[in-house]
Design a protein around this ligand. Structure first.
Ligand SMILES: Cc1cc2nc3c(=O)[nH]c(=O)nc-3n(C[C@H](O)[C@H](O)[C@H](O)COP(=O)(O)OP(=O)(O)OC[C@H]3O[C@@H](n4cnc5c(N)ncnc54)[C@H](O)[C@@H]3O)c2cc1C
Length: 457
């Protein structure tokens, strides 16, 4: 006999785990099925391992520049095996914590592959065992895969994806990164700080091309200081592999030799074909098509996270999971404006933005004012010896409201949630007292300048 649940969630990444937790909190009986590791890409091959390596890389850089702050550290060098052990133990600890959370949240966590027969029938297959589940509602949170370039297939050794790049046994002497997006730039920072010669090849005209051009330019300038070579407006045409390195050929005839070639040209929504055809899911390319309620075309079936191809961000997945969970348990919610989901990039320097970019405002024909805050003018940033960066706050002059903030510099990824609260309003900024001296005063400067006229009233 099948075990019956109000909600069955497929995939235990941030989207699935949040959906399961929220449904259970709302009183539903919930099964969460995962075929690999709890935490999904985010915990095992994404956000957490990359931020763990970046944290070691950042400390190494700080140690190397410590003498500028009067601290002599004779030699700061990476102990790569120790860094990798730390990554593994952090992941293991967080997995354990998540599993405990499922238990205490009274969620049935089932390890195995979910084979979906219909909106109400799912079989979990693991080690030859099959468990049948009866589902009231189904939430699909099956994630994404690294995009492979057909002419440069992954081999897991020389031509690698971000998954292998997070767990290399040694620091390579040289690395070519194909793709100057978020993942390529973050991992480029890790390996450049660790001593590898890093070259990033990006087909578009700038690194991190989704940013306003001032922000991309600032990042590129800082990358130069890190020793990262950015070849923009250039394409990789092929890779000639040797026994332990490869020659990377570019469209301008240049050839670069590197021990590792990291292909980081983005992620693509992933869901088992069998699930798509069993349910008759409507797709948009590789992604499951959903409406603002995170409903698929099949009644009772919801989809969230990378599988729906919207943000490719963990917190985008959890935001969607909140909506799907509410709707699957009797409420009625819709996803709000996707622009309000913060974009975060943990490079050196950090980058974050929320709301509209300047480019988007101009494309929409908005009349805007841009206020700027400079870290180099901020007392705390100077004291911390961390002054590279700017914050731009954008005001829509027609409505006198902040509509977007982009930050490049220290703690940008931490400030962005607060910056989000300033969007769509102009009153609260006057009521908020920013503590002094804090780096957050750079954001205050930018917002005040953007609202300058208003403050003079
Ligand atoms: C290197 C890297 C760094 C990143 N850094 C960040 C960051 O700093 N911040 C950020 O917000 N995002 C980051 N991301 C993106 C983030 O990891 C994803 O957006 C997020 O994990 C998506 O969550 P999800 O729940 O949709 O899918 P996933 O986390 O991919 O989870 C999907 C899960 O579903 C399981 N599954 C699939 N099919 C089945 C099935 N049939 N049965 C059972 N289980 C199944 C999979 O095994 C997987 O565990 C990063 C990604 C990468 C690769």
């Amino acid at each position: 006999m099948a075990d019956t649940f109000d909600v069955v969630v497929v995939g235990a990444g941030p989207g699935g785990a949040r959906a399961a937790r929220r449904c259970a909190q709302r009183g539903a009986s919930v099964a969460l099925v995962e075929k690999e590791f709890i935490g999904g890409t985010c915990l095992n091959w994404g956000c957490i391992p990359s931020k763990t390596l970046l944290a070691s890389a950042h400390l190494l850089m700080r140690a190397r520049s410590a003498s500028e702050m009067g601290i002599d550290i004779p030699s700061a060098t990476p102990n790569w095996p120790r860094i990798q052990q730390r990554r593994e133990s952090i992941i293991a600890g967080l997995r354990k914590g998540m599993q405990g959370g499922m238990k205490s949240g009274r969620i049935a966590y089932l390890e195995g592959t979910a084979v979906v027969h219909s909106p109400t029938k799912v079989t979990v297959e693991a080690n030859g065992q099959k468990t049948d589940l009866e589902a009231g509602k189904l939430i699909l949170a099956t994630g994404s895969d690294s995009i492979e370039i057909p002419s440069i297939p992954f081999d897991g050794k020389i031509v690698i994806s971000s998954t292998e790049a997070l767990s290399l046994l040694e620091i390579p002497k040289s690395m070519v990164i194909v793709g100057g997006g978020v993942i390529g730039c973050e991992l480029g920072c890790v390996y450049a700080a660790m001593g590898a010669k890093v070259t990033i090849v990006e087909a578009l005209e700038s690194l991190l091309p989704m940013l306003d051009s001032w922000a991309s330019r600032l990042v590129e300038r800082e990358f130069k200081g890190l020793g990262i070579e950015a070849l923009t407006g250039r394409k990789v045409t092929g890779v000639d592999k040797g026994a332990s390195s490869a020659k990377v050929n570019l469209d301008d005839g240049q050839t670069i030799e590197a021990e590792r070639v990291l292909v980081a040209v983005g992620r693509r929504a992933a869901v088992d074909r069998a699930i798509v055809s069993a349910l008759g899911l409507e797709m948009s390319g590789p992604a499951i098509k959903v409406n603002k309620r995170m409903e698929t075309n099949v009644p009772g079936v919801y989809a969230v996270g990378d599988a729906v191809g919207t943000t490719y961000l963990a917190h985008g997945a959890t935001a969607e999971a909140e909506v799907a969970a509410a709707n699957a348990t009797g409420s009625s919610e819709e996803m709000l404006d996707y622009d309000l989901i913060p974009r975060v990039i943990f490079t050196f320097p950090e980058v974050a933005s929320v709301g509209k970019t300047e480019a988007k405002c101009l494309a929409e024909g908005l009349d805007i004012s841009v206020g700027k805050g400079f870290y180099k003018a901020n007392g705390r940033s100077v004291a911390e010896n961390d002054t590279n960066g700017q914050i731009h706050a954008i005001r829509d002059n027609a409505i006198n409201e902040i509509v977007g903030v982009t930050m490049v510099g220290p703690l940008a990824t931490e400030f962005v949630a607060f910056a989000r609260t300033l969007i769509g309003t102009c009153e609260p900024i006057r009521q908020i007292t920013f503590p002094h001296p804090t780096i957050s005063e750079t954001l205050e400067d930018a917002v005040h300048e953007a609202l300058g006229e208003l403050l003079l009233e």
